[in-house]
Design a protein around this ligand. Structure first.
Ligand SMILES: [Zn+2]
Length: 376
């Protein structure tokens, strides 16, 4: 089959590789649609974010397969010890998959703490992912896609599942003021979840008029351009108190069109005393942080678990995300502006996603490999 092969940072090409085979407890899936994540784009380019060291060590040993955890596809075959009863995954099923699976064998897993597993498998990171015509995943990570949800939306559901985790972590209560810094994919999804969850005033900041328009349609009450005096506007909207919850989604490598670390500073100035900041952005390991200010104001700095599945194989956040899409509560299609055809388009999709603003893209560029017969 054809798949993306990485020979160095910034050096990728689509090449012929051996077909994947389903081992015990595994399934092979024909990829119907796949999209790069921003984190993958940063890692492929050599940015020093999480897992950079692991990837550098692998590249030092030779070419490697990397990335491809946001995808949807059709089950092609199942390996031994995968069940055959009702509810078990079988060939022909339309599916996506949770990207992270705890090892199930270590001391933490044996103590029923899969979130503390030091060696989870992560699709596309610890083994080959879906930047390919076919992908093999553990059967326990497979999530069925309900009828009426197309491959494009199903491939884009992982960031929504991640946003659901972040929303739950912040424990947003009805009536609370939510400030979302950044109107990219994660920003718009957090605006939408805050609205659906009964937040009071929802405020969002962003740079692109098109993205701010999306955020407004997602339910934001107050839309601020990033060059406005955001702190003053938030104070005014909250009678001087500050936001109860801030989702910081704009920080990250400026080379990838992100805002560096200044948004964490802004979050600390806009949150109320005793409020919560959820750091959704993937920041470099040694980013500066306003810890003195946060301590003085008793602000909780929260970090969602890495990956939408966390370290537990449970698919509940995915199931809920797919439910929201099927019901029409969240319109993931509005975030998809670039769809490319065929596996050979993967490098182009990576280039577009790495610098979305330069390409006029709102969300990641998707690659369609297979028409699974319903594109609702
Ligand atoms: Zn484990």
């Amino acid at each position: 089959m054809r798949a993306l092969v990485m020979r160095g940072f910034g050096d990728v090409a689509v090449e012929e590789v051996p077909d994947p085979v389903a081992g015990p407890g595994e399934v092979v899936i024909d990829v119907a649609c796949v999209q790069p994540s921003v984190t993958e784009c940063m890692l492929l380019a050599g940015e020093p974010v999480a897992m950079h060291g692991v990837l550098a060590a692998r590249l030092a040993a030779g070419p490697t397969r990397f990335g491809g955890h946001e995808f949807a596809g059709v089950v092609r075959s199942v390996g031994g010890s995968v069940g055959t009863g009702a509810g078990d995954v079988k060939p022909g099923d339309r599916v996506t998959a949770v990207e992270t699976a705890a090892c199930g064998r270590c001391a933490a897993c044996r103590r029923d703490r899969p979130d503390a597993c030091p060696a989870p498998s992560v699709l596309g990171f610890s083994g080959p992912g879906a930047f390919a015509e076919r992908v093999v995943v553990p059967a326990k990570t497979v999530v069925p896609v309900p009828a009426g949800v197309g491959a494009s939306a199903a491939a884009a559901v992982q960031p929504l599942a991640g946003a659901i985790h972040g929303h739950a972590l912040a424990d947003v209560r009805p009536g609370e003021t939510v400030l979302v810094l950044g109107a990219g994919v994660m920003g718009v999804l957090h605006v939408r979840l805050a609205r659906l969850g009964g937040a009071g005033t929802v405020i969002v900041t962003g740079r692109s008029p098109a993205k701010l328009d999306l955020a407004r349609r997602a339910g934001a009450d107050l839309v601020l351009t990033a060059d406005a005096d955001v702190e003053a506007a938030v104070r005014e909207a909250t009678d001087g108190i500050g936001a109860d919850v801030v989702f910081e989604t704009a920080g990250g490598a400026p080379g990838a069109g992100l805002s560096g670390t200044s948004t964490l500073d802004l979050a600390a100035r806009c949150v109320r005393r005793g409020g919560r900041i959820v750091v959704v952005s993937v920041l470099p390991d040694r980013s500066p942080a306003p810890l003195g200010l946060l301590r003085e104001r008793a602000v909780a700095l929260l970090h969602p678990r890495s990956g939408a599945g966390g370290y537990a194989p449970g698919a509940s956040a995915f199931d809920h995300a797919l439910r929201l899409v099927r019901r029409g509560d969240v319109d993931l299609g509005a975030l998809v502006t670039h769809r490319l055809q065929g596996v050979e388009a993967l490098p182009e999709a990576l280039a577009i996603t790495r610098d979305k603003s330069a390409h006029g893209a709102l969300g990641p560029a998707q690659v369609d490999l297979l028409d699974w017969g319903q594109d609702a």
